[in-house]
Design a protein around this ligand. Structure first.
Ligand SMILES: C[S@@+](CC[C@H](N)C(=O)[O-])C[C@H]1O[C@@H](n2cnc3c(N)ncnc32)[C@H](O)[C@@H]1O
Length: 213
C-alpha cells in the first residue's frame, strides 16, 4: 500500500478505523497492482478522503484529470448521489478498459463519463460548473490544469491536486529535476493566489486542496 509520509502499518490502522476499503475497490486495486505502473493509483486512505469530502460537501459533479485504471473515479462515483456525475479525462485507452469493467460491476457506470484524449484539449470543450476537481495527471501541466479547473469549478467549490510533495523531493531546493522544480513553482503559485484558499496536506504523496473563492 502506498503511504509515503506514514508507516504502512499506521496507514492501514487509519484506514481500518475509517471503515476500510470497499470490496470492489479492493479488487480493482489488486488487479491494478499487477501492472508495472500500479504506483500511479491513489492510496486507499486518499480514496476514502475524497469520498468523505464528496459526502460532506454534498458534491454532485466532479471533474477528474487522470483516470488510469479507474480507482479514484470509482471511489468518487460510489460516494456521489444517484444523479451525480464524475467526468474523467485520460489519454490511455488500454487502462480505461480495466476501469470500465469495474465501474460496470460496481453499478456506477451511469455516474462516470470518460473522455479519452489529451486532457488540455478535452478541457477546452468542457462546460462547468463542477462542484469539485481532482487533478492527478502529468505534473508538468498542473499549472495549465489549475487554470482550467478554476474556470470550470463553481465559487465555493473544491480543487484537489495529488502528488504535490513528490516523495518529499520538492523540499530540497538543490534538486532541479523537472518534476520537483515545476511542483515547487506550482505549490508557491497556489499559496500566493488570492483566487483560492489553499491547504497542502502531507497525505500519501502530498494532496493540495483549494477552495475557490
Ligand atoms: C497518476 S495516474 C492517475 C491515477 C488515478 N487517479 C488513480 O488514482 O487510479 C495519471 C494518469 O494521467 C494520464 N495522463 C498523463 N498525461 C496526460 C495527458 N496529457 N492527457 C490525459 N491524460 C494524461 C495517464 O495516462 C495516467 O493514466
Amino acid at each position: 500500500m502506498k503511504e509515503n509520509f506514514c508507516p504502512p502499518s499506521v496507514a492501514l490502522y487509519a484506514l481500518k478505523s475509517s471503515r476500510g476499503e470497499p470490496g470492489i475497490l479492493h479488487k480493482l486495486r489488486e488487479e491494478t497492482d499487477k501492472l508495472p505502473e500500479a504506483g500511479m493509483m491513489i492510496s486507499p486512505l486518499q480514496a476514502h478522503f475524497l469520498s468523505f469530502l464528496i459526502q460532506w460537501g454534498r458534491v454532485k459533479t466532479v471533474l477528474e484529470i487522470g483516470t488510469f485504471t479507474g480507482y479514484s473515479s470509482l471511489a468518487m462515483a460510489l460516494a456521489l448521489p444517484e444523479e451525480g456525475m464524475c467526468v474523467t479525462l485520460d489519454k490511455d485507452e488500454e487502462w480505461a478498459r480495466i476501469a470500465k469493467k469495474y465501474w460496470e460491476v460496481a453499478g456506477v457506470s451511469h455516474k462516470i463519463s470518460l473522455h479519452l484524449g489529451l486532457a488540455h484539449k478535452t478541457l477546452e470543450t468542457l462546460k462547468g460548473p463542477f462542484d469539485m476537481a481532482f487533478v492527478d495527471a502529468d505534473k508538468q501541466r498542473y499549472g495549465i490544469y489549475y487554470e482550467f479547473a478554476l474556470k470550470l469549478v463553481r465559487p465555493g467549490g473544491l480543487l484537489v491536486f495529488d502528488n504535490t510533495l513528490r516523495y518529499g523531493t520538492v523540499v530540497d531546493e538543490s534538486n532541479q529535476e523537472e518534476t520537483p522544480r515545476s511542483l515547487r513553482g506550482f505549490n508557491a503559485q497556489l499559496r500566493d493566489d488570492k483566487r483560492i484558499e489553499p491547504l497542502l496536506l502531507p497525505l500519501a504523496d502530498g494532496l493540495t486542496l483549494g477552495i475557490k473563492r
